[in-house]
Design a protein around this ligand. Structure first.
Ligand code: AMP
Length: 115
């Protein structure tokens, strides 16, 4: 059983979010603490806690999320200049919300390596 998180509450509309996309599989909303001019989170409606918990049965969900990120980048006008997609996983990965999510970051030049 996965824990209920703030992202599950956003899916259920129990807390507000600036939602930019929703379909049967995933939800996308702006990060409350943006690290770039465009910073959107894409989450599956299925509450997979972290990437390490995903299994073969989640293949379609993960592929769908990634293609949604690509479409969002185009729709939000950051695709041409480029952008970054990040999945923080577990403690060393810097994950703070244990409902799998992809960060879509763009609108400025991003540095590498990350901290
Ligand atoms: P991570 O550190 O990869 O787990 O990322 C969690 C992200 O969720 C952070 O970038 C937070 O700023 C973001 N976040 C936390 N609570 C909310 C919220 N209520 N609405 C939007 N973004 C949130």
């Amino acid at each position: 059983m996965s824990e209920d998180t703030i992202f599950s509450k956003i899916i259920r509309r129990e807390i507000p979010a600036d939602i930019v996309h929703e379909d049967d599989v995933c939800l996308a909303f702006r990060d409350v603490s943006p690290q770039a001019p465009t910073h959107v989170l894409v989450i599956p409606k299925k509450p997979i806690p972290k990437l390490a918990d995903a299994g073969p049965e989640d293949k379609e969900i993960l592929g769908h999320m990634l293609l949604t990120v690509k479409d969002l980048a185009e729709g939000l006008g950051i695709a041409e200049d480029g952008y970054r997609v990040v999945i923080n996983t577990g403690q060393n990965g810097g994950q703070t919300v244990f409902h799998l999510h992809m960060h879509l970051l763009g609108g400025r030049s991003l540095q590498w390596p990350p901290g």
